[in-house]
Design a protein around this ligand. Sequence first.
Ligand code: PLP
Length: 276
Amino acid sequence: MNLMKNKVADYIITGQWAKKAYQEAQMYGKANAIASSADKTFSYIPDCSDLPISEDADYVYICENNTIYGTKFKELPNTKGKTLVADVSSCFLSEPVDVTKYGVIYGGVQKNIGPAGVVIVIIREDLITEDVLEGTPTMLRYKIHADAKSLYNTPPAYGIYICGKVFKWIKEMGGLEAMKAHNEKKAKILYDFLDESKLFKGTVEKKDRSLMNVPFVTGNEELDAKFVKEAKEAGFENLKGHRSVGGMRASIYNAMPIEGVEKLVEFMKKFEAENM
Ligand SMILES: Cc1ncc(COP(=O)(O)O)c(C=O)c1O
């Protein structure tokens, strides 16, 4: 609503959050789906080097890391000069980001930063204007929040306090370069195992694999259910894939230590030996 001045926006549909954002935008203007990976159950990121960007598009939207399907944009789309808007909810602070390439970066903090209830928005200053889509509620105008230094309404102070603790922790860990190395090391342990396993396999095209969310299957739904059940009994939480895709998904956000992934792979090896 803040950006849709021509009432035109282009969406790249790479999963459920992108689809929801696209559907929502249709309520306010002409939203165009200019690329999609729905044809292969969102298991890849489409080639975004030369998309049919609308001439009058107010912005181009991506969901940078697709939480449910486990894909990530390794390269940002060529927006042909249009403002890039990215939902980074599930990859925020997992690695360094060049903010100059975006118009708006936004995300819920509940994956890598703090408790649900806080949203962070990084917006290019020239995009903070009074010239917003007619009917945009005061509460939803970025200028109101920017002018009030994010204190227009009562802030969720406890949630923000926890985020502050996490920012300090990330700094102590060595900052975002160190988080990236840490996350790559973790993800590699799991992906390497998936690539050599005879029972489990990853569901995402290798080049588009997320560092944060790793979906995998056995190819047999009953065996998947057995794995989720036995894993839970062994102390591994939340390994069931999203209800819309089934299978399994290991979310290995910043807070997951390397030992957590090592233990999971150990458990998967044992399960494989017992069930092949
Ligand atoms: C990429 C992405 N965007 C948006 C959301 C929605 O967040 P919320 O439930 O806080 O609205 C999620 C939640 O998992 C997400 O992963």
